[in-house]
Ligand binder design. Sequence first.
Ligand code: FE2
Length: 298
Amino acid sequence: MRISESRGRGSPRVAGFHEPETGSVQYVAACTATGRCMIVDPVQGYDPASAATSFELVRPLLDWIRAEGLEVEWVLDTHPHADHLSAADFVRGRTGARAGTGARVRDVAAIWGGLYGAPMEPEGAWDRLFEDGETFGIGECEVRVMLHPGHTLASVTFLMGDAAFVHDTFMGAPATGIARCDFPGGSAGAMWDSLRSILALPGATRLFVGHDYPSGREAEWESDVATEAARNPHLQEGREAFVAWREARDRTLPLPARMLAALQVNLHAGRLPQDGVLRIPLDRFPEEEGGPDADRAD
Ligand SMILES: [Fe+2]
């Protein structure tokens, strides 16, 4: 866990919890004046080999919130994750927070309902589905929802004061990565437009990314707009070159090991099926070759 301190009134204190199994980063963002906070992208454990689930990965975050005396108002998912299961519903039950995500999760549910051969019904699972541009408050901090598709149709950034939770857009250590765009509904062109939208924020805006896959170094997850604009190697040659690079790289990436289990859970705020049985659609995705970074699943 690492803390990024508040920069003054309206600027949240942010705690990031890196989860090494899937390289995911879970966040707590708190208004320092009121002790109210939101949780972004909490992770539910899932072992693909045994299909065992657990909540051990999110417990350190909840313990920290309790130790700090924070009150959780919202638990949010930035998008329907493909690489891990969400713990939003579990966190809602533990904290009394409301659960929210982007409204276009309805469109992702339509795609995956077809793939699973069963209706996916996010409406009843979430307390709120946020439209692009909606705002809400966490104590004295304002949060703005920004639709940023590309990685998925439904991806949203939550901009809380000067802290943007940019999910799977920028990735990893500062100015290194961009998330893949090849899941159903993904689009490298839409990703480029989303990246430009993020870079239109003030240069000092803190960016908190969804993943890092460190190898022989500490995990990193905080960047800023000015750093990405100046140094991210994938942004320097324009939209056409970016789309060509992203699509070529995506052709080398295998599916995330947890994807077919994850979507049906994550479209429903991380709620497990009532009968405890998941659906696995067969022969719907072509096999990929896998490249040198085949472990980078998301
Ligand atoms: Fe993702």
